[in-house]
Write a protein of this length. Structure first.
Length: 209
C-alpha cells in the first residue's frame, strides 16, 4: 500500500456558492436530505470533537438524532470522556463526510444538555437491548473485558431493576455559530463556503481550497 500514491479526484458534482441560501441551516438541511435520499450508509454519523480542561482535543463518531430549531442533537453518556470534556468546555465541532457525494460539512458551536424530559422520551424509543447497555456500561471507564458489562446486564435483569433512563445518560444539542460546506472539485479546486454568525447575522464567505 503506497498511501502517497493515492490521489482521488473529485468534481462529479457542481456546486455554485452564489446560489445558496442566506441561512446555513437551510443548506445543511438540503445536503442532509440529499445524503438520506442517496441512501448513504450511516449518513447521520458525525465526528464530534471536544477539548478537555487541559486544552487537549479528541474526536469520536456519534449519531445525529435530530435537528431542532437548527440545533443538532446527539445522545451519549454524560460521564464519558466526551461528557467530561463538554462539562469543562462546551465548545465543540461536528464533521460530516459524505464520500459518495464528495461533500464535507463542518459545524462549530456551543453544546448544552437537552432537558431530561426530552432525553427520557428518546430513551424510551430505543430498543430494550440498547437501553440495558446504556445502564450497564460506564462509558469510557477502564474494564477488564466486555464480560464485565455482559455480567452487569445479566445482574440488572436478574435483580429486576427497572429499565429506566439513567441520570448519567442523555442528549446534547450543539447550537451552531459556524458552518462550512465543502464540495470536491477537479484538480483540487474544491468549492468551500463558510457561514459565520456575527451579531445574529450569518456572514457568507467563500474560502480558497
Ligand atoms: C458509527 C458509530 C456511531 C456511534 N454513535 C455513538 C453515539 O451516538 N453515541 C455515543 O455515545 N457513542 C457512539 N459511538 C461510539 C463513540 O465513537 C465512542 O467510542 C464512545 O462514545 C466513547 O467516546 P469517548 O470515550 O470519547 O466519550 C459511535 C461509534 C460509531 C463508529
Amino acid at each position: 500500500m503506497e498511501l502517497a500514491d493515492l490521489r482521488p479526484d473529485f468534481g462529479k458534482y457542481t456546486f455554485n456558492p452564489q446560489l445558496t441560501p442566506e441561512h446555513p441551516d437551510q443548506l445543511f438541511s438540503i445536503w442532509l436530505q440529499k445524503a438520506s435520499d442517496a441512501q448513504l450508509s450511516e449518513f447521520n454519523a458525525m465526528v464530534l470533537s471536544t477539548v478537555n480542561s487541559q486544552n487537549k482535543p479528541s474526536s469520536r463518531i456519534v449519531l445525529l438524532k435530530s435537528v431542532e430549531n437548527n440545533r443538532l442533537v446527539f445522545f451519549t453518556h454524560y460521564e464519558s470522556r466526551k461528557g467530561k470534556d463538554l462539562a469543562a468546555n462546551p465548545n465543540a465541532s461536528l464533521l460530516f463526510f459524505w464520500k459518495e457525494l464528495e461533500r464535507q460539512v463542518r459545524i462549530e458551536g456551543l453544546v448544552e444538555k437537552i432537558p431530561f424530559s426530552q432525553t427520557h422520551q428518546y430513551f424510551k424509543s430505543r430498543p430494550f437491548e440498547s437501553q440495558l447497555s446504556a445502564i450497564a456500561s460506564p462509558q469510557s471507564e477502564p474494564i477488564d473485558g466486555i464480560e464485565t458489562i455482559t455480567r452487569r446486564r445479566d445482574d440488572i435483569l436478574k435483580a429486576g431493576i427497572p429499565i429506566e433512563c439513567p441520570s448519567n445518560w442523555g442528549g446534547y444539542a450543539l447550537t451552531p455559530t459556524y458552518y462550512e460546506f465543502w464540495q470536491g472539485g477537479r484538480n483540487r479546486l474544491h468549492n468551500r463556503l463558510s457561514y459565520h454568525l456575527n451579531k445574529n447575522m450569518w456572514n457568507k464567505q467563500q474560502l480558497a481550497p
